[in-house]
Design a protein around this ligand. Sequence first.
Ligand SMILES: NC(=O)c1ccc[n+]([C@@H]2O[C@H](COP(=O)([O-])OP(=O)(O)OC[C@H]3O[C@@H](n4cnc5c(N)ncnc54)[C@H](OP(=O)(O)O)[C@@H]3O)[C@@H](O)[C@H]2O)c1
Length: 302
Amino acid sequence: MRVLVTGALGFIGSALVPALEAAGHAVRGLGRGAGSLADWRQADLTRPVTLAGVCADCDAVIHLAGIAHTRASGADHGAVTVAGTRALLAEARAAGVGRFLFVSSIKAECARDAYADSRRAAEALVREAGLPSCAIVRPALVYGPGMRGNLERLLRLADHPWSLPIPRGLARRSLVHRDDLVRVLVALASRPAATATYTVTDGMPYTAREVYDAMRAGLARPAGRLALPAGLVTALARFGDGVTRWTGRSCPWDTRALAPLLESCVSADDGVWKALGMAPRHTLTQAVADMAEALRVGGGAL
Ligand SMILES: NC(=O)c1ccc[n+]([C@@H]2O[C@H](COP(=O)([O-])OP(=O)(O)OC[C@H]3O[C@@H](n4cnc5c(N)ncnc54)[C@H](OP(=O)(O)O)[C@@H]3O)[C@@H](O)[C@H]2O)c1
């Protein structure tokens, strides 16, 4: 197949493209800047005119592009994820694309914020698009070499002689290794009969403390014994919310800042693995060494 991959240069896209090629597919990449793929389209989802013809001659689209790892307004998520997906779907329809995979997020099922709202809205557009075959993939938080955002920050914090007293308990998160997610995407791309909404996790929900401890173990750092009481963190977040309200300036420890510790987002749904006859191959603890190496090589010692 010829497969268009949006967000091809991103954290997930940069692993998906070679995996699709290894599976025998021709890949067309899409991003806002210049790309190194022979078949590359420079386009911006927020400017539909730049999308004209991007799906021509493609059998499938894997739509990864979106705002991830950074805080953005509802308007920005709406422009990129909702309006951008609508414009891409119109292109896919016009080009007669047979298979469309939308990479949404597990947050569509457990969060109420601008990111999750835009994911749910875009999912609805995909379901209603009238394309021959669509599927929605909801990855849990993705880890692996080159990961960004909260997990990258936590890995840097974990590589220190002294352990942080991160509370035990509190929220739990599902995670998935990038390579396992990529295996699922490659398999789903060529299974037009698979048209459901698929949550993808490694099957092991983790608390932030468990993630932190797994990172320290993988980095050969001694395990920490101290842990703040969970109630103290919740109280601090509420106090921070008050400071944010009174001062009008975002307090560094309000509910939003501490959300990774406070908000659960877990799924025990292993339906996609069963449907594909596959199983996750990675766990966080095994993957930490590669993740740390990528950070060291990619700039900035831990
Ligand atoms: N990483 C995770 O933990 C995770 C978990 C669940 C779901 N997801 C979803 O999976 C997708 C990929 O995530 P990722 O981690 O690979 O993110 P990433 O590294 O930030 O990559 C996102 C890509 O989206 C592209 N993009 C952003 N705005 C665009 C626009 N206006 N027009 C065209 N392209 C645009 C960017 O391309 P350029 O900058 O090259 O233009 C970038 O390559 C996202 O939709 C994300 O929400 C990620």
